[in-house]
Each structure stands twice: as structure tokens, then as C-alpha cells.
Design a protein around this ligand. Structure first.
Ligand code: UDP
Length: 468
């Protein structure tokens, strides 16, 4: 009888760090039924309902345990979201250690896989005789930047955003400093220093999984794998997106799917900024007027405005978001669009035949979900590595249009309307739709039984099995 292979995974705090590592775990156990995954979940305050719902749908060979939640007052007040995520894990380390100790006292665990914000837990891998891996839930381009930043840090003294020329990271589309991840926007900040420390640690793991595939990012993946660079092995295992039972099937979710049923094929622009992205009141107004001006159908997931783009990411919003829409907007657009407060069943929305475009904040999960449905994009990055994703999508893969931002950092209504028209009815939009369909096929192929990502994962699994 084949022996069970046990591995432990540690996600980062928050819904959108939990989902990717769970989906990776599901893929492991689906391809290799003799695997058992234990998910050890750090959290900040009480875990969101969306996280609990998704955990209830797991197959029996993935089990989980919630760690005692970190108290919000114990985190550095007013710190960047990345710092808060990392500190949540730092404060959870004693309980992670305790859980690992108890698990490994009765059962041998082959590997420990953590989210990129939970990398400190990997310090326990050796003690418990486990191999150490990072599940990097985003692109090979971003991972390449992580490995490149230390070199650039030594070579330049100014802020990266002030560099005149785009930065050329091996194998990647050249990128302007201002489009780098938030953590690299202020080199004197604590979040930048933590970022540099984190990437150093990445060099000493047994491997890194990226949620991408050769077909999507051949250049960066080839460069990451080049010998002599001194990087750990990089395994492209994507595109991995949410599967299984859907959530968000509340009344509002059903209502928006029923509304989509009544629309023409490919006619609707879906507008959403991920699980926590927010706009300022002024930007929200411009977007609302722009949607109206475009004369195109839209389905907009509306969130209450905030001056901090990642505000709703870890903090639940209690205000009714619809009250912040411009006066008369809902009445004037009642035949043109639908707004849904805070949350939509996104995968079902993107797979609906009425949806012809997605205005997205470029979170990598949303991006892959759109890609696997062949839906082209309007890229509206807000924070984290989303601007880097926008560059890859618009300049590399050429499946997205990026609206111009004015000198005050605002996308004006006329620009919103123009870019929507260009995507939904223009020649350029047509070309993007065609390229997105090609990427859909390439992405689907990568995760088939004989696909490149499946083979990569299977080879590693064989290595783990041989260790048992
Ligand atoms: N999502 C959803 N409904 C919403 C907003 C988001 O189902 O109204 C899901 C979406 O399908 C994706 C995840 O939340 O799986 C968002 O992840 P992403 O990486 O795109 O962005 P983040 O939330 O990390 O900024």
C-alpha cells in the first residue's frame, strides 16, 4: 500500500493569501491522492466569513487549524499592509512552532510550504526535518524583481521611481520604477527594509512555486532557472485559480447573475477591485461618471471610498457603499448597469457569456480568473505588485489597456469612457480579445494532465514520495 505523504502549509493572513495556497493544496491532493495537507492559518482579528466558507468545502485530505488570532493593537499602528501581514505571522510564530511540534511528534512531515509573507515559519523546517518551500501566489516577473532588488539597491542611491530609464530585470518586460511594488516606492521606509530582508531569506529555501506557467512568462521563468544565478529551484505550477463549491451565492450574487442572463453576449464590463481595493471619493465619482458616459453595460462591485487603496483588505467596512455614488447615478443607469455592494461571485461572473471585459485592480488571482475565461482587461492597479502585473498584461502579453492617470493621480471620467469604448468596441479591443483567447488555451493546457505545470508539480511530488 502506498504511504501517505504529509505536508504542512502556512498561508499569509487574509482571504486572498489563504485561497491561493489552498488551491495549490487541492491541486496536490487531486493529482496525488496519497497526500495529506495540514493548513496552519495565522489570522489578524477573527477570520473573515469568506475564509471560513471556503475551508468548509475542502476535501478530507486537507485539514486545517486556526492559530490564535493576533490582536490588532499588537500590530504596528498605521504601518503598510505588507508590514502588518508579516508582523501577524511573526507574532504567530510561537503557535506555529507549537502546532508543528505536535504534528511531527506522531507523523513525519516531508515539507513545509508557506506563503511569501509567512516565510519566517520556514526557520522551523530544519528542526522538524522538513524541506522548505515558498508558494509565491503571483508572477515569475515579480519573483524576478525580488531577486533583482538587492543588486539595484547596491547600484543606485535615488528612489527607483525617480530613475529616468525603465529597469531591465533579466527576462522581464522593462518596468519603470514607479510601477514597482509598493514596498519599493520609499527606500527609507520600514516596509522596504523588511522587503530586502525577506528576499534574502527567499534565497535559502529548497524551492519556490510560482502561480504562472511557461506559456505565460517564458522570459522570466527561463531567466530564473538559468544556472549560475544562485537562485533556489523555481517551479511554475499555474495558473491555479479557485475551484470547487462557489461562495458568494447570497441573494445579491444570484441577482447579479440573473441580470447577466438578460444581457447580450460579450456586452458587459465587469468592474471590481479585488477582495479589498478601494478608491477615493473623487476617483469613485470619476469612475461612476465614466461608466455612464461610455454607454456600455456594466456590473460594478462597489466598495465604500477611502483615501487608502488597501483599506478594506484587512478591515471590514460597515458603511453601505451605494450611498457614496454620485447623486442620481443609480436612477440614471438603471437600464445600463448593475451595482453590487462589496462582493460578487466573481468566477461565475467572469465565466458568464455576457461579460466581455474586466476592469480590474490586477490582483493576480483576478487576472488569472479572467485569463482562464478569455476576458480582456482594463488594468487599474492600486497597490502591492499590481502595477507590475499591469505592465506585464499591457506591454508584455498585450491583453490589457491601462487608462491614463492625470497629474493629481486621478483617472478622469472622459478617459474612463474612452478606454471602455476602446476595449469593448474598438479594433484594439478586438485584438486583445483574440490574444486573451489564445492565453486561455495556453493556460488551460498548462494544467492538463500532460501540461507543463502539471509535469513540474508531478516531478517534485515524486521527489517527496521518495523521501517517505
Ligand atoms: N473576489 C470575489 N468577489 C469579489 C471580489 C473578489 O470572489 O467581489 C475574489 C476573486 O475571485 C479573487 C480574490 O477574491 O479570487 C481576489 O484576489 P486578487 O489576487 O485578485 O486580489 P486581492 O484581493 O489580493 O487584492
Amino acid at each position: 500500500m502506498e504511504k501517505t505523504v504529509h505536508i504542512a502549509v502556512v498561508p499569509g493572513p487574509g482571504f486572498s493569501h489563504l485561497v491561493p495556497i489552498l488551491e495549490f493544496s487541492k491541486r496536490l491532493v487531486q493529482l496525488h491522492p496519497h497526500f495529506h495537507v495540514k493548513c496552519i492559518i495565522p489570522s489578524f482579528g477573527s477570520p473573515p466569513t469568506s475564509s471560513k466558507t471556503i475551508l468548509e468545502t475542502l476535501e478530507s485530505n486537507i485539514t486545517y487549524t486556526f492559530l490564535p488570532p493576533v490582536k490588532p493593537e499588537d500590530l504596528p499602528q498605521g504601518a503598510a499592509i505588507e508590514t502588518q501581514l508579516q508582523f501577524t505571522v511573526t507574532l504567530s510564530l510561537p503557535s506555529i512552532h507549537q502546532v508543528l511540534k505536535s504534528l511531527t511528534s506522531t507523523t513525519p512531515f516531508v515539507a513545509l510550504v508557506t506563503d511569501s509573507f509567512a516565510f519566517e515559519a520556514l526557520d522551523f523546517a530544519q528542526e522538524f526535518n522538513m524541506l522548505s518551500y515558498i508558494y509565491f501566489p503571483t508572477t515569475a516577473t515579480t519573483l524576478s524583481w525580488y531577486f533583482y532588488v538587492s543588486k539595484l539597491d547596491k547600484e543606485t542611491s535615488c528612489e527607483y521611481k525617480d530613475l529616468k530609464e525603465p529597469i531591465v530585470i533579466p527576462g522581464c518586460v522593462p518596468i519603470h520604477g514607479m510601477d514597482l511594488n509598493n514596498q519599493a516606492q520609499d527606500r527609507s521606509s520600514q516596509v522596504y527594509k523588511l522587503f530586502l530582508q525577506r528576499v534574502q531569506r527567499f534565497l535559502f529555501v529548497d524551492g519556490i512555486f510560482v502561480n504562472s506557467s511557461l506559456e505565460l512568462e517564458r522570459g522570466p521563468i527561463a531567466a530564473l532557472k538559468e544556472e549560475g544565478r544562485g537562485y533556489p529551484p523555481v517551479y511554475p505550477v499555474g495558473p491555479i485559480i479557485q475551484t470547487g463549491k462557489r461562495y458568494g451565492n447570497d441573494a445579491k450574487g444570484f441577482e447579479c447573475l440573473a441580470w447577466l442572463d438578460k444581457q447580450q453576449p460579450g456586452s458587459v464590463l465587469y468592474v471590481s477591485f479585488g477582495s479589498g481595493g478601494t478608491l477615493s471619493q473623487e476617483q469613485m465619482d470619476e469612475l461612476a461618471y465614466g461608466l455612464e458616459l461610455s454607454d456600455h453595460k456594466f456590473l460594478w462591485v462597489v466598495r465604500a471610498p477611502s483615501t487608502l487603496a488597501s483599506d478594506a483588505y484587512l478591515h471590514a467596512q460597515n458603511d453601505d457603499p451605494l450611498q457614496f455614488l454620485p447623486s442620481g447615478f443609480l436612477e440614471r443607469t438603471k437600464d445600463q448597469g448593475m451595482v453590487i455592494p462589496s462582493w460578487a461571485p466573481q468566477i461565475q461572473v467572469l465565466s458568464h457569456s455576457s461579460v466581455g471585459g474586466f476592469l480590474t485592480h490586477c490582483g493576480w488571482n483576478s487576472t488569472l480568473e479572467s485569463l482562464l475565461q478569455g476576458v480582456p482587461l482594463i488594468t487599474w492597479p492600486l497597490f502591492a505588485e499590481q502595477r507590475m502585473n499591469a505592465v506585464l498584461l499591457c506591454e508584455g502579453l498585450k491583453v490589457g489597456l491601462r487608462p491614463r492617470v492625470n497629474e493629481n493621480g486621478l483617472v478622469e471620467r472622459v478617459e474612463v469612457a474612452e478606454v471602455i469604448k476602446c476595449l469593448m468596441e474598438g479594433e484594439e479591443g478586438g485584438k486583445m480579445r483574440k490574444r486573451m483567447k489564445e492565453l486561455k488555451e495556453a493556460g488551460t493546457d498548462a494544467i492538463k494532465q500532460d501540461g507543463s505545470s502539471t509535469k513540474t508539480l508531478s516531478q517534485l511530488v515524486l521527489k517527496w514520495k521518495n523521501l517517505v
